[in-house]
Design a protein around this ligand. Structure first.
Ligand code: B16
Ligand code: MG
Length: 213
């Protein structure tokens, strides 16, 4: 099936903001005396902020009220946004610019499909705001990955049928979301381990080989 559009996840695919999410959640967990490590952090990839907090609180004996949870969510986002202040185009991950230029040269549309409500801010910081044909993000959806809503929205905005879309993801939740939306999916980084993706990429640049198949 011909690929007419590629939908990129943001955190962990275009830029390593996944590390900043980890640091911000770690500071909240430490303050609350909750065990939190990189294994738990991997379960938060692609998952919304509120659902991420629920996963972290599984390891706490304390019952948190909605108000207390809301405060923790705000604190986490404040720490995260503080860390984003240093983000620049130098943080774009290896192969991203090459792959996107290649796709453009082949007239294949490109979009962002991210759970993050900070997507616009991040794209601005890394100077890619005007680069994508369309953006679908956490501010525009009700259900987060593994629900396909964010990718379906991106495909709708691009006016490309899901079956002609390829998603690039670093999270198991994102791989499942793409498959749930009847799209093909290329896994990078941590998502390779789940062994569910249509393709596994040890380097993003190898996406070019998939397009040429
Ligand atoms: P925010 P992605 C996701 O982005 C992150 O992987 C996930 O860790 C985060 O909780 C989620 O965005 C929400 O982010 O707190 O900025 O709204 O991987 O879908 O691009
Ligand atoms: Mg991601």
């Amino acid at each position: 099936m011909e690929i007419k559009a590629v939908i990129f996840d943001l955190d962990g695919v275009i830029v390593s903001t996944d590390e900043y999410h980890y640091k911000a959640w770690k500071s909240i967990a430490d303050k609350e005396n909750i065990d939190f490590d990189r294994t738990i952090n991997n379960r938060l990839r692609g998952v919304s902020r509120a659902e991420s907090l629920e996963i972290i609180l599984e390891d706490s004996n304390k019952k948190y009220t909605q108000e207390e949870k809301q405060i923790l969510l705000e604190e986490k986002n404040n720490v995260y946004k503080e860390l984003l202040k240093n983000l620049s185009s130098l943080d774009i991950l290896p192969g991203v610019n090459e792959v996107m230029n290649y796709l453009k040269s082949k007239n294949i549309k490109i979009a962002i499909g991210s759970s993050s409500k900070n997507t616009s801010l991040i794209l601005e910081k890394i100077e890619l705001s005007n680069y994508f044909d369309e953006v679908a993000d956490g501010t525009m959806i009700k259900k987060s990955k593994p629900d396909p809503q964010v990718f379906i929205l991106a495909a709708d905005k691009l006016e490309v049928s899901p079956k002609n879309c390829l998603v690039v993801e670093d999270a198991e939740a994102g791989v499942k979301a793409a498959l749930n939306g009847n799209m093909k999916v290329a896994a990078v980084g941590d998502a390779i381990k789940c062994n569910k993706a249509t393709y596994n990429l040890d380097k993003l640049i190898n996406l070019i080989n998939i397009i040429n198949k």
